[in-house]
Structures are given as C-alpha cells and as structure tokens.
Design a binder for this molecule. Structure first.
Ligand SMILES: Cc1ncc(COP(=O)(O)O)c(C=O)c1O
Length: 458
C-alpha cells in the first residue's frame, strides 16, 4: 500500500469554486435573527444599514445550497490556498495510537489563521457596493490582521476595536494591522458612547468580544458610507469558511479515506462550521455518520454550560437577537490566552445542530490545552495558536480513546492558526505562572438571568 504523504495538497485548479451553505440541508433551520425593537425576524432592510447587501442576503438565505465564489475572491485565495491537509505521523507515533490523525492547516498565510477566508470575501462584497470604510472587532488579533490585509488589498479604510487584554498582550498584532494601514483602538474605549458606558459600569475591565462588537457597530452605523463586518458567529461567515471543509473533502477523496471524527475549536463557531460543512451535510443527508466534536475553553463554556436562547451578540445590546448557546451578552469571560474563544455566544447554525444532537461539545482548561500545544509543537514543528490547541487536545484525547479500544479511526481536526504572537502565553505556561479560571454556577446564572425577554420565546 502506498504511504499517505505527510501533506496532501490540492492544485489551484482543484480549489472549490463554490461555498456550501449548510443551512440548505438542515430540515430544522436555525432560528431567524430577531429585530430587538419588534421581536420580529429581521428583514433585508433591517440588515442593510449594518451589512452590505450581498452579505445581508447571504445571512438570510437558508435555502441555496451552493454559492459561486466570485473570481476576485478566488484569485486572492490562490495567494494562500488550497491549504494542506496534513498527517500528524509524529503525534500518532508518540501517542502509540492506531488512529490516523489529520489536520487541516489554516495558519499557512500571512495573517496566520483561517480568518482570511471570510475577510477577503466580506471586503470584496463591500468594495463591489462602493463602501469606503469598514469597522470590526478582534479578540486574539487574528481576525483584525486578516481584515487589515484584505482591506489593504481592496483599498478600503478599516477601524479595528481590539479586546483590551489582547491589545496589551500582543503589541505586534497591533503593529501588523497598522502596517496594513488600519486604525486599532483598545476596547472598551472612550471613542464610542457604548464603550464609555461599559467603562463606567465595569471600571478596569479587560474587555471582551461582546464589548468590541458593540463599539464597532456603533462606529459603522454612525459614520458615512461605512459598514460593520464580523469575523465569526454569522451565517455568512460560516458560509465563507466552508472552503476549509470542502478542500478537506477533496483531499480525503484523493487518499480514499473519510473522517470518522471531525474536531474543531469553537469561539463563535466559524472555523468549526466551515470545517464540518460537507461532513455534516453527509450526516444530515444520511450518507455517512461522522462524529463531530466542538471544543471550547472551560473559562468561556457557551455550549457546555450555556443556555440555548435568544440573546444579543454584543454587550452593548445593539445587534439583532440571535438564538444561540449563550452565557449571556452581559457575561465578560475571564482574561485568557485564547482570546479568540472568549465570546459569550455561538453561531446559530452550530447551536441548532448541537441542540438537535448532531454534534458533541466539550471544554478544557487552558493549562491542559497548552500542554497539548507544546507537545504538538515539539512533535509536528508547528507552534499552534492557543485557540487551535483546543482542537489538538480534543484530537489527542480521541486518539487515546482509540488506543484503549483498538480502533483505527480517521480523526480530522482544524489547526486554525499559528501562535507566534502568543509567546507571552507560551512563556507563562513554560514558567508555570499560567492559571485556570472556571466560572462558578452562580456567576453564570447571574448573566443568564439577564437574557432579554423575547415575546413568544421561553
Ligand atoms: C486561530 C483562531 N482559531 C479559532 C478562532 C475562533 O473563532 P471561530 O470560532 O470563529 O472559528 C479564532 C478567533 O479569533 C482564532 O484566531
């Protein structure tokens, strides 16, 4: 039998030309976004002041299964895609497992993560509609970097509200965004009314994605010819990220294999939703039954300890209401080194699939995921982002379960990015100064008690 190569590459011509919309194959669709003022499903007109029209349409489209990827987006993708599907031979050997471990490596581009896949698409559609200015939030800094690169390419101005703890931990992330000509503001800030309010209510807060979203939306909706773009959670972002899973599907076909288990880290759910897209499609269509696992931080456990309910996507309570697994928009997760997973909610698509039992979720403490990250770095020579290390830890545990059971399962996980800007975190792990924070039930209950009351919803 020929040995499976360490890296399975598709050619440029084999890169998918269409995104796949998972919602089309869901019999029970994710609940619609609601207008918080009326409690009614949002319309295109409600969304148009926030998002550009093409993206607003993608957001609302539950039915079209495949969406053509415009040529300028594909041309940009070709600068860094197709991304390799890699076999973790050294990790398998170390674990002494019969499992075959594969990872889809999305850190192989200048922004360092999968975030560029949606950034390019969102900036392209905005440019097509003549938008000249965009605003966004960033947690770990990966999304902000990706968007800064895409905006520089298409010639659009960008303001990035960066969660304050990441801003302080990762000064070079800010420097990259500024190199690409973007403005970076630590959030919460004095720049917006909502930022000033959050600072008054929570003096000394290190911020959260929810706060940063609120500030970015306020700047977009109060400026001329400006729109807000979000790097995760939304249906449109999950759609763009489907390129990850679609490439995996083609690469597995080349080696005549198919994953038994698919694992992704879950912050707002975009890489997970994209990675699992074609495999979940097969599951929904009854063709195959892969086991699908979402991994989240124990410090921000929206799926494993949150509630499936309508909530705001932001702390300022100005976005539409999304039905999702949430810890409450008022919940500010403890500072952690996986900034990109510090979001109180979860993609409505992923949430619905989880609620309907199509995927599992588990959470890990940050010291455990750093142990996995360091092991992976030493064996596979890629220094993973702390966010991605959640999926690594999930894969290691699945592979160890295979060792127990003797099953030679094919495990696929998403290696969403590299951690070269997370060296403060790696140093804290190595120096043994890293701590774990697990929210108490009382803390979680307090934020969940403040969920918005929506007529007709329990
Ligand atoms: C490297 C990396 N992986 C994963 C995530 C989580 O985001 P999502 O759940 O949208 O994929 C982030 C978010 O910033 C990230 O930077």
């Amino acid at each position: 039998m020929t040995k499976i190569p360490n890296r399975i590459y598709l050619t440029e011509d084999e890169m998918p030309t269409r995104y796949y919309n998972l919602r089309a194959d869901m019999t029970d669709k994710p609940a619609p976004l609601l207008n918080p003022a009326t409690g009614q499903p949002v319309s295109l007109d409600d969304l148009k002041p926030i998002f550009c029209e093409a993206l607003a349409r993608q957001e609302l489209d539950d039915d079209t299964p495949y969406v053509d990827i415009p040529e300028p987006i594909r041309d940009f993708y070709k600068k860094y895609r197709p991304s390799p599907l890699c076999r973790a031979y050294s990790l398998e050997k170390y674990l002494d497992t019969p499992a075959k471990i594969y990872y889809k490596f999305e850190g192989n581009n200048t922004s360092g993560s999968h975030k560029l896949n949606s950034a390019v698409a969102q900036v392209y559609y905005a440019k097509e509609e003549g938008i000249s200015h965009l605003t966004t939030e960033t947690g770990a800094g990966q999304w902000g970097t990706a968007l800064a690169e895409a905006c520089a390419h298409f010639g659009i101005d960008l303001s990035v509200y960066m969660v304050k703890c990441s801003y302080e931990q990762k000064p070079f992330r800010k420097a990259i965004m500024e190199t690409f000509n973007s403005r970076v503001i630590p959030s919460p800030s004095e720049t917006t009314a909502v930022g000033r309010q959050i600072l008054a209510d929570h003096p000394g807060t290190t911020g959260s994605l929810g706060c940063a979203i609120a500030e970015a939306v306020e700047e977009a909706t109060s400026s001329n010819n400006s729109r807000y773009v979000l790097g995760s959670v939304l249906n449109q972002v999950v759609l763009h990220q489907s390129i990850i899973g679609l490439e995996c599907e083609k690469a597995f076909a080349k080696i005549d294999d198919y994953p038994d288990t698919v694992i992704g880290c879950a912050g707002g759910g975009s890489n997970l939703g994209g990675l699992i897209a074609p495999f979940m499609r097969d599951k929904l269509q009854g063709k195959y039954n892969p086991d699908i696992l979402a991994v989240e931080p124990a410090s921000c456990p929206s799926m494993t300890r949150g509630k499936y309910a309508y909530d705001f996507c932001d702390t300022g309570e100005i976005t539409p209401l999304a039905k999702m697994y949430t810890l409450g928009a008022g919940y500010i997760p403890a500072a952690s080194h996986a900034g990109g997973l510090r979001f109180h909610g979860m993609s409505p698509i992923v949430s619905k699939l989880y609620d309907d039992g199509f995927l599992r979720a588990k959470s890990y403490k940050q010291t455990d995921i750093f142990e996995a990250a360091v092991l992976f770095a030493r064996l596979e020579t890629i220094l993973p982002a702390p966010e991605s290390a959640h999926a690594i830890k999930g894969a290691i545990d699945e592979a160890l379960a295979c060792k127990e059971s003797g099953e030679a399962k094919t495990i696929l996980f998403g290696l969403t990015g590299t951690g070269y800007f997370d060296m403060t975190a790696y140093a804290a792990y190595t120096n043994q100064t890293m701590t774990d924070y697990l929210p108490t039930d009382a803390e979680l209950a307090e934020a969940l008690d403040r969920l918005p009351v929506v007529p007709g919803q329990d």
